[in-house]
Write a protein that binds this ligand. Sequence first.
Ligand SMILES: *Cc1c(COP(=O)(O)O)cnc(C)c1O
Length: 235
Amino acid sequence: MTTSMSLTSSSNPSLAERLEEVRSGISAAVREAGRAGEEITTIVVTKFQPASLVRELFSLGVTEVGENRNQEAQAKAAELADLDLGWNFVGQLQSKKAKQARTYVHSVHSLDRESVIQALGSTDGTTIECFVQLNLTEDPGRGGVQEAELERMTELVLSTPGLELLGVMAVAPVGEEPRAAFVRVREASARMLSLAPDARFISTGMSGDYREAILEGATHLRIGSAITGNRPNAG
Ligand SMILES: *Cc1c(COP(=O)(O)O)cnc(C)c1O
């Protein structure tokens, strides 16, 4: 490789290069944690990105994608219905959109309200995987339930037909060392497990903190910008 080529590729890496870099970062963290790669599911968060980019990700071997707005997600899932992609909902879901989300997602990572849990439930025999989102901040305006609410939300999901509880989800707060935040998530996961022995999964880890998440037991990573590049019109 010539010097000019390597300069070009490092200053403006392609989607394939960014994906490869994150994949090797994940492998390194998995080795550091003494875990097995099969324990980890990587979801590429494609919010604000066009369907064409999601299609390109699929051609690079990505099979799980995450979105945070129903309208956008539903349109992309419809446009890409020819691909065998798994759709994950990672944002705040309005209860009036829950029934729609159920038609195209297999997993909702952000359950944090009784109204959404009830709206997402169904007796039609189908099942949606879900996580209860923990709010690790003191700010009730953030997504997620306060840690003290975890047991109540767990019971609620367990008693709602059509929902399969996978575990806990959280976003590390700004201003807290991510690893310390993920230790708290791990403790919450243990509390959930005492009520729901199958809910052993942990959805933590984003572009900037997936290594720490893997070291603290994450099973589902939600990685956006490190793979997709900056989001257009990110809001
Ligand atoms: C956007 C988003 C992500 C991905 O964030 P990046 O920092 O771009 O990796 C993960 N989880 C949730 C809930 C998000 O909204």
